[in-house]
Design a protein around this ligand. Structure first.
Ligand code: GDP
Length: 445
């Protein structure tokens, strides 16, 4: 398991008690962790270096939002830069050319070229009502042309008649001609792959490109290839004017680094991703989702964004003062639950407090609240008298039964809530002490 960048950075910033703008030294310390996180996500080395330089430029001097930690601020800067590098929005296939529009697929053998060819054809037919013809130019692997034909039958897409012994360039020309004569909107050319980049392959791909003049030249690349991705992408980019990338096996890759490498090296948008072996396992590429995956931080970024919007400072400061005095009663607890409902969970909120250790975070993750539970807890709280909410200790067994009945819950749930309130009070006191000098950073719910 990789540590999430969030956890790494909270370590870096634990010692940091100041507020204000991020200094060069803060950022340098944080970027060391970012570098490791990117390498663990299998982003290629030269890409990591450029990326880090870009983030440094943006992060130094950034004002830290009142309600978040410096670590989270850096994560946000890194995330935004990632999204920007990956391409801010998703870009689809470009079919704006006179019919038949040629789409050529290139890539190494086993990268998922043939499968992607059928997936794309199927999608164009079903979603965009295009009439598509597919042709395999792989004359070296004996079964390759047959494989595309079988996939075409499964997908309900036409394939070019196989003529034994015909060379790739001739097949490409015949495919474009048939496409024009028979009224196809799109002709897909599935070129031959190799186990590794070689000159013969590159020359063949370039010749096919010159003969067929495809409107889209897509590099199909396996997301699991990691560091090698750069070499492959670079080689194809040199010889073919790539217009986009199809990243396959994204379903098996939890790290997402190849996407960043490919995009950075080729400068081409990732247009589609393969997420399984089935013919419908093809999706649009969403840069923001991949960015979150690379950083391994789930929803932290949106939380920071929400925090910036939602937290009412006055309310937070009032609660912080009550905590200091140890007068955090059940009315406050109810307020906290309501705010949590808005912001999505105790664990994420507590993560915003400085001085939380990894194990405390783990504990809190376990305590994650779902919406239904919060609603029931609020019902329990509203079934209590104001006096009971001020001094929960006075609630005896018989009252618990009545409260449970009144709120449509059980005595166990009432007990659980009371215990949670106690735990929360204790935990917050502890965090508060650790945070020193009252630096609750305004992030307290
Ligand atoms: P080609 O040699 O580049 O034409 O590769 P193929 O299309 O024959 O694919 C090789 C293998 O990868 C096949 O078993 C495919 O089913 C599988 N494959 C292709 N794309 C994906 C994908 O997105 N996810 C997964 N899990 N498998 C894929």
């Amino acid at each position: 398991m990789f540590d999430s960048l969030q956890e790494r950075l909270s370590g870096v910033f634990d010692k940091l008690t100041r507020r204000g703008a991020l200094s060069e030294a803060d950022v340098t310390a944080a970027l060391r962790e970012v570098r490791v996180a990117l390498l663990e996500a299998d982003v290629a080395l030269p890409v990591v270096k450029d990326f880090i330089d870009g983030v440094r430029e943006k992060a130094v001097g950034q004002e830290v939002l009142r309600s978040v930690t410096p670590g989270q601020m850096v994560v946000k800067v890194v995330h935004d830069h990632l999204v920007e590098t990956l391409g801010a929005t998703s870009v689809g296939l470009d079919l704006r050319a006179s019919a038949p529009v040629g789409i050529m697929l290139v890539g190494l053998q086993g990268s998922g070229k043939t499968t992607s060819c059928a997936k794309i054809a199927r999608r164009l037919q079903e979603r965009e009502r295009k009439k598509v013809l597919m042709a395999s130019l792989d004359v070296r692997r004996p079964a390759a042309q047959e494989q595309l034909k079988v996939l075409g039958e499964q997908a309900g897409v036409a394939t070019l008649r196989i003529v034994p012994g015909e060379p790739p360039v001739a097949i490409a020309k015949r495919a474009m001609q048939s496409g024009a004569l028979e009224g196809y909107d799109v002709v897909m050319l599935d070129t031959a792959g190799r186990l590794a980049i070689d000159e013969e392959l590159m020359a063949e791909v370039a010749a096919v490109r010159d003969a067929a003049k495809p409107h889209e030249s897509l590099l199909v690349a396996d997301a699991m290839t990691g560091q090698d991705a750069v070499t492959v992408a670079d080689a194809f980019k040199q010889r073919v004017d790539l217009t986009g990338i199809v990243l396959t096996r994204v379903d098996g890759d939890a790290r997402g680094g190849a996407a960043l490498s490919m995009r950075a090296v080729t400068g081409c948008p990732i247009k589609l991703i393969g997420v399984g072996e089935k013919l419908d396992a093809l999706e649009d590429f969403h840069p923001d989702r991949v960015a979150s995956r690379i950083l391994g931080m789930g929803d932290v970024v949106s939380l920071v964004e929400k925090a910036a919007e939602t937290i009412e400072q006055d309310e937070a400061e009032k609660l912080a003062k009550k905590l200091q005095k140890g007068t955090f009663d059940l009315d406050d607890f109810a307020k906290q639950l309501q705010q949590m409902q808005k912001m999505g969970g105790l664990s994420s909120l507590m993560g915003m407090l400085p001085g939380m250790s990894g194990s405390q975070m783990q504990q809190l993750k376990k305590a994650k609240l779902d919406d239904g539970m919060v609603k029931r807890q609020l019902a329990v709280l509203s079934s209590m008298t104001p006096g009971e909410r001020k001094k929960p200790d006075v609630i005896k067994a018989s009252r618990k039964q009545r409260i449970a009945k009144g709120s449509g819950t059980t005595v166990q749930e009432v007990n659980k809530l009371l215990k949670q309130h106690k735990d929360a009070t204790r935990m917050m006191k502890r965090v508060h002490k650790m945070g020193k000098k009252g630096m609750l950073r305004g992030g307290l719910p």
